[in-house]
Design a protein around this ligand. Sequence first.
Ligand code: PEP
Ligand code: MN
Length: 336
Amino acid sequence: MVIILRDNPDQKQIDSLVSWLKEKNLDVHIIKGADQTIIGLIGDTSKIDMDSIKTMEIVEDVKRIQEPYKNVNRKFHPDDTIVDIAPGIRIGGGNFQVMAGPCSVEGSAQVLSIARAVKKAGADILRGGAFKPRTSPYAFQGLGAEGLEILKAAKREIGMPIVSEIMDISKLPLFEDVDIIQVGARNMQNFELLKELGRTRKPILLKRGLSSTIQELLMSAEYIMAGGNSQIILCERGIRTFETATRNTLDISAVPVLKELSHLPVIVDPSHGTGNARLVKPMAMAAVAAGADGLIIEVHNDPVHALCDGAQSLTLEAFGDLMAQVNKILPFAYKR
Ligand code: PEP
Ligand code: MN
């Protein structure tokens, strides 16, 4: 971190700033130029509050050279993290996985028929929302605990690990047999939730917030990892932009950017990323080509009558077609 001082700074104030910084165990280097004085900081600056330094009278600007996240930073952990989901099912470090299933669990027959079809098409992980974050309080809110039980029964019957979203930490005990706990876009900065999940040793699927930067996503992952849980999968699911032709704007460049900055696996959700079933296959292919470690795709046995996100849900047949395309391009995917 570099602190740029204003012209003719008061020496007493410089001294007190320097001793405060040294108390934080930082090496402090003062560089006095003809016009300007700069303070260079070496050491772990991740806990230093840049904004409070910026408000000091003698300070003109503060620039970070090192990222504010440490645990998730590839600089401190050059090898890819591999998340172990179930025996033989891993993600990251060259292991590619597809999670597929309905937006929300609607009933046992629905989940079982979708699970059988997506497994047959080559997906290894079953998705299904039980607690649904809906924009309208009048929209279907999910089946809650009962929905999770239906999903767990499908896991036992079909033999697929499951991923489902948590919205409230008080529900954590219900997620014991859920293989991956999803933190949805709307909860990406629910820091209390992230801290609690950091205390578990469960794989966490952390989705990017609707209006969150890549750095904010990594800071949220840092919350989980700072608690001791490194089993985190990052997910790009589209962000809010001025564009209205798609539900969100799917930021494919987030894949290579995240993989450069962090060692955590990165997957892409082209369903929420586009909001349109016709666009899911091309964007899934783009994600694979860009080097994603996996995909999460909404699939429904009867999209027209789906209780949630039918417009972006693939039919069982369309999902089979997507998988065939994905498997064709997978060997040519970009590797960093
Ligand atoms: C979902 O996966 O069904 C979901 C609600 O996703 P997101 O949090 O990305 O909107
Ligand atoms: Mn959905």
